[in-house]
Design a protein around this ligand. Sequence first.
Ligand code: SAM
Length: 391
Amino acid sequence: MQSTPENGLPEPDAESARHADKVAEHLRELVGAGSISFAEFMQAVLYTPGLGYYVAGSRKFGAQGDFVTAPEVSSLFGHVVANQCAAVLDELGGGDVLEPGAGNGQLAVAILGRLAELDRLPDRYLVLEVSPELQARQREALREQLPEYFRRVEWLADIPDAHRGVVVVNEVADAIPVERFRISEGQVMQARVAVDGDGFGWRYDPAPAALSDAVRRIEQQTGFDFPEGFTSEVSPGLRNWIKAVCSAVDRGSVLLFDYGLPRREYYAPDRSDGWLRCHFRHRAHSDPLILTGIQDVTSWVDFTAVAESAVAAGMTVGGYVSQAEFLLHGGLDEALQGLADLPAAQQALISGQVKKLTLPGEMGENFKSIGLCRGVSAPPAFRYSDKAHQL
Ligand SMILES: C[S@@+](CC[C@H](N)C(=O)[O-])C[C@H]1O[C@@H](n2cnc3c(N)ncnc32)[C@H](O)[C@@H]1O
């Protein structure tokens, strides 16, 4: 009932609709007669054990799911990421690769396959995954596709200590709960979620000091004076997560990919309705209060906040580039050598994948990559067209 989508979104099937109702029931109990912050709501719809989108077993990836990520578009993405891992592992004389949020395991398969080709296999390939269902899929994918390297893969329950090597993070930062705020009568208000009839609705209360201070700091840093009604997000959770990941790196590099922008673009006054983005059956929209527990709820990433958190944890920014630049400077051209010798149908398939990964209207420009370093050089893909000065 509450999950009947408007805005031309497809109807959920009966089982998904039942699940959405169950999640809504849980949320109604959580919210009661009052309200919860949007960050609490996002945490609940994505991560409540047994109910949340990421932990309750719904099919998220691929044609039957809600979205497609770069590693699923093509193994070329993992090929280029692996080239960067190889450079770091070479400099360190060995080490591990850690992948938080490994999805259906396709990035791990592509990275390990390419590192084997380069004779630069990591000592261990470590996966940190919150979803039991996705962990099972990752095990199956790796066991089936790379049986000879399966013993190098380990699933961890937490961020490891003293990691030496590379951390690869693709499309996880956008899934970390954000706070939403609005400027009203010159005051910073916190977006909260309350029960509204059969569904949920927004309400805005004066922001707690930490949120209000964070918003005022952004105004000072950017020089923007947010106008009346300006609505956007900040992510204390992402800051803490990046600090925790970076603090765990003893020596090595973090390669993080996601859709996002530097702070001055993220909070540009004309971007007055923020950056929430939900995915349901390959439709993107901006209403996180519907389809509870059966749609992905994300927010674009403020890459300046990522850089600041890394620096606070003692790492340096090795480079910040678009996904297209990362791929083009990281070895995509060399990976495509021999394309002309392939049958026409395969050539067409691969060029389609390259377009999807690199064209500005596809994933090439909205997706960015940041390379964070401790005690190693910036990986090759970041050495040209670095735009870290924009952060
Ligand atoms: C959008 S998917 C991306 C998957 C994969 N990296 C890819 O590119 O295909 C997000 C992944 O992050 C996982 N995830 C979400 N929050 C996480 C967290 N706090 N720690 C580790 N994994 C997380 C999800 O279960 C899922 O595997």
